[in-house]
Design a protein around this ligand. Structure first.
Ligand code: PMP
Length: 404
């Protein structure tokens, strides 16, 4: 047999496995309670409506819906997306264009391709969405990590960090933020901090990627926030959305709304990557928006996930060992838990899986490898009793791990 691996490009040799996808593979076919992935609760999928819509789309529009389509997406869907996000309080200007993407993950990848030269500085929350870190790392980014607290990114630390990076000769180019219902912590950036972030972005001429899969799932009634895109008068915010959590991730549909020149560059990149996103999915999602299925799914999911969030908090308070702490998620699908010092959650994972539960170790969410005693757990997927049980097992595993 030939040594196929010796033929790999140096870029591919540097790839690390996506921790989440590896854990998902590990837990497949096993009776493991998975708190690892970011999966929507299956009770939320509008199965009957989507079955009816899918067959109507093929009957009524089959010649188009089954065909190749433009790289940026089919026009009625792009228009419906713009109207939909406007209705949710996101400002879309005359200078903006919509690009439909294959999930927002592809949007992140296309942006990295379009914007990052090796060595460019990217400001990220610490912790942040690990699959964005992986993409930016692949393109050679220098990370400037800004800690966060209950009110989101510590924007008071932003300017100093930018200055320090610039002193080192780093070309600081953009801020990547999951400002609303942050992955992995569930916190929401306050509007004061959003304003400060935008002022600093303007002062240092930075682009801002507002990655926003979760703002539909705010659970606490006292939360008010303004999208960064809506605060932007200078065309520097790139807004990313997805249908993964508000309809179905299997459709693989996301979108980017940004300055037309940037979207044109992304279009050229996307022509190379996948020509266009699924035409069939776009028509299905178009009908689902128009017929209110998306809005009904959002309402159903918000209610279900809020209940599960509350069950999770109760279970954490009841079971987690002394010395543990966590952010109380104000929305989204995740909680980020710090176990007592001395627990290494990567090391503990196999033990947890053997006992029937999976989570994502915290380290993956930090660009600098910190977070050894942290873990992300998902609360949207499992039914409440299983969620409770999963947390009980994790807590017991941590106690035994500390004793061992
Ligand atoms: N951004 C964030 C912050 C996410 O949590 C996820 C995954 N849930 C994505 C992007 C990618 O999601 P998708 O490709 O399914 O739209």
């Amino acid at each position: 047999m030939i040594d196929v691996a010796s033929k790999f490009s140096s870029g591919v040799k540097s790839l690390r496995p996506s921790e989440i996808r590896e854990i998902l593979a590990l837990t497949e076919n096993k009776k493991v309670l998975s708190l690892a992935g970011g999966l929507p609760g299956p009770e939320v999928f509008p199965k009957e409506e989507l079955a009816a819509i899918a067959s109507r789309v093929i009957e009524e529009l089959g010649d188009s819906a089954l065909q190749y389509s433009p790289t940026l997406g089919v026009m009625p869907f792009r228009e419906a997306v713009a109207d939909f996000v406007r209705g949710k309080g996101v400002k879309v200007t005359d200078n903006d264009r919509v690009a439909v993407t294959t999930g927002s993950q592809e949007a992140i990848y296309l942006l990295a391709m379009t914007l990052i030269n090796p060595g460019d500085g990217i400001i990220v929350e610490s912790p942040t969405y690990l699959a964005a870190l992986n993409v930016f790392r692949y393109y050679g980014a220098n990370f400037i990590s800004i800690p966060l607290d209950e009110n989101g990114m510590r924007t008071d630390l932003l300017e100093d960090s930018i200055k320090k990076a610039k002193e080192k000769g780093i070309n600081v180019k953009m801020i990547y933020t999951v400002a609303t219902c942050h992955n992995p912590t569930g916190v929401i950036m306050s509007d004061d901090r959003r304003k400060e972030l935008m002022e600093i972005a303007s002062k240092y001429d930075l682009l801002v990627i507002e990655d926003d899969p979760y703002s539909f799932f705010v659970f606490d009634d006292d939360v008010n926030f303004t999208h960064l895109k809506t605060m932007d008068d200078e065309g520097r915010v790139i807004y990313l959305g997805t249908f993964s959590k508000i309809l179905a991730p299997g459709l693989r549909l996301g979108y980017m709304i940004a300055d037309r020149q940037l979207v044109r560059a992304v279009e050229l990149a996307k022509q190379m990557v996948d020509l266009h996103s699924s035409t069939l999915s776009q028509y299905i999602a178009l009908y689902a928006i128009k017929e209110g299925v998306v809005d009904r799914t959002i309402e159903k999911a918000r209610k279900s996930y809020r209940e599960k969030r509350d069950v999770m908090i109760e279970a954490l308070e009841e079971y987690m060992p002394d010395g543990s702490h966590w952010f109380r998620p104000r929305g989204g699908l995740f909680a980020f838990i710090y176990l007592p010092e001395g627990v290494d959650t990567s090391d503990m994972l196999q033990m947890a899986i053997d006992r029937g539960v999976a989570y994502v170790p915290g380290r993956s969410f930090f660009s600098d490898g910190s977070g050894a005693n942290a873990m992300r757990i998902n609360f949207s997927y499992l039914p409440p009793d299983k969620l409770r049980e999963g947390i009980r097992i994790i807590a017991n595993t941590a106690v035994d791990y500390l004793k061992a």
